[in-house]
Design a binder for this molecule. Sequence first.
Ligand SMILES: *[C@@H]1O[C@H](CO)[C@@H](O)[C@H](O)[C@H]1NC(C)=O
Ligand SMILES: *[C@@H]1O[C@H](CO)[C@@H](O)[C@H](O)[C@H]1NC(C)=O
Length: 210
Amino acid sequence: MESCCSLHVLVALMLILQSSNYHINASSSASTRPLNLHKTDTQYIKTSCKATTYPKLCYTSLSVYADKIKTDPQLLASAALNLSLAATRAASTVMNRLSKFHGLKPTVAAAVLDCVEMIGDSVDELQQSVAEMGRASCGESDFGLLMDDIETWVSAAMTDADTCMDGFDEHGLHGRVKNVVRRYVVKVAHLTSNALALINSYASTKSSSP
Ligand SMILES: *[C@@H]1O[C@H](CO)[C@@H](O)[C@H](O)[C@H]1NC(C)=O
Ligand SMILES: *[C@@H]1O[C@H](CO)[C@@H](O)[C@H](O)[C@H]1NC(C)=O
């Protein structure tokens, strides 16, 4: 019954999950360090982030790239997409490790496997989006079509993250393990939602000025 919850099993799980924590910290810790940023660039990011659902995360995760982004909506959307892909890869690594762990209850193990599959799909979708975003920046003529593709892939990735989270809520992973897993998946969902909003704004600026 309690196969998932003995102390040594829990400790082992925490170690598995903790060992890839640096991904989660990478952007948030960097953002708390003051950099020599140009004020107009960070102001542009702050203003653009107001169009997202998680403006604070948007700003803290993207302002470290202000020097590169400047006031370019394409670079802003591209950087947001790259962050979403990096977070999704980190979540994928963690879920893969968790799925190879044999102390899980069957229902939890099944939820983990579902997540591994969905997050794997998301990584593919986001990789395609990053590649297409690169083509969009090279002045592809079918810009509208590229943007439609990207928007479709990114929303699919977001749905996958949400579904994965719902699976965990249903099957009651043990509290602390669940919290660690949740942090990864929530981060994926939020960063991806922000990327989608910024891609939408970028696409609309392009289509309103042909
Ligand atoms: C991650 O951040 C937490 C607090 O925000 C900190 O305690 C921990 O040491 C950090 N881990 C790494 C690997 O930087
Ligand atoms: C996003 O990642 C791609 C591929 O790695 C890279 O070419 C591009 O410069 C990155 N975009 C930004 C804004 O950093």
